[in-house]
Design a protein around this ligand. Structure first.
Ligand code: SAH
Length: 286
């Protein structure tokens, strides 16, 4: 990847962003690929809702398969919950899936609303993979993925009805991110994020939160920064849902599977000691 690939303006392309792109270009975790293989919706985010623990019982040979299907069901429930908050989207509207990963969320939104969806990522591998999936489904004319930096996307001002970040705000400075969204969203448009954030009432990042940062090369923001930067950028919160309790079953099941990546204990510790929260925030552009 070259600097020009990512940002025509160039100014926002940092060595940090190149290291994140590198991570995602190489990433081939079974927990991301095998779950997507179930039905072709590739998500790189966590799940919500009660788990069906009976998947741990039954024949050993198919144990993995049952766990994979159940973890996928929980991550799909999370994508549906996010889509529930995108507003009253019409088929003629346009949506932006910012930090789109392998693209599952854009396909979910297109299927639900029938509208144009653009996904952006700084990983060339992800963008190519996602475009192949859209073509396979015959929706390549309506769902397109691009190698772009979410801080400097180059899309036209006011062109989006709704924009979301599903677990991708921890890779950027929120003051820059929300300034770009204030530009991209039309008046009355909707912004939604599902994100892990550290809990201001705990203090500064706990050891477990710091481990998560080191694992993903990211910078988990405090809860307060989301609201401060939204207020600074004409984004007025309309819903805040604490999903911390709802995501714990996903992590407990994942920790018992063969798909562990080694970060499971840090997430469970951080959620349980109150230092970390899993939130949905939806806001209107005014
Ligand atoms: N939203 C997806 C993937 C989350 S993983 C899902 O729900 O499945 C985080 C994603 O953020 C990766 O695709 C990574 O490439 C992307 N990302 C990180 N920094 C970015 C930036 N500055 N601009 C665009 N995408 C970025």
């Amino acid at each position: 990847m070259t600097v020009q690939d990512v940002s025509p303006a160039g100014a926002l392309v940092s060595p940090y962003q190149r290291s994140v792109a590198d991570y995602w270009n190489r990433e081939k975790n079974p927990v991301n690929l095998r779950l997507g293989d179930v039905d072709g919706y590739y998500h790189h985010h966590y799940g919500i809702g009660d788990a069906d623990w009976s998947v741990l019982e039954g024949p050993e040979e198919t144990r993995d398969e049952r766990i994979v299907a159940e973890l996928h069901r929980l991550e799909c429930a999370q994508a549906d919950f996010l889509a529930d908050h995108l507003g009253d989207v019409a088929p003629g509207d346009r949506l932006l899936d910012s930090g789109c990963g392998r693209g599952g969320g854009s396909l979910v939104a297109h299927q639900r609303f029938g509208c144009r969806v653009d996904g952006i990522s700084i990983s060339r591998t992800q963008v190519d993979f996602a475009n192949e999936q859209a073509a396979k489904r015959g929706v390549g004319d309506k769902v397109g993925y691009h190698l772009k930096n979410m801080l400097d996307s180059g899309f036209e001002t006011g062109s989006f009805r709704s924009i979301w970040n599903n677990e991708s705000t921890m890779y950027v400075d929120l003051s820059l991110l929300f300034a770009e969204y204030a530009r991209l969203l039309r008046h009355g448009g909707r912004y939604v994020t599902i994100t892990g954030c550290y809990n201001d009432t705990y203090g500064l990042p706990s050891r477990a939160v710091s481990e998560i940062n080191a694992h993903y090369i990211c910078d988990i923001h405090p809860r307060s920064t989301y609201f401060k930067e939204m207020a600074n950028n004409r984004l007025v919160p309309v819903a805040v849902v604490d999903l911390t309790e709802a995501t714990i079953p996903y992590w407990e099941l994942r920790a018992k599977s063969s798909l562990v990546t080694g970060i499971e204990d840090a997430f469970l510790t951080a959620y349980k000691n109150g230092s970390f929260q899993y939130l949905l925030i939806a806001a209107d552009r005014v």
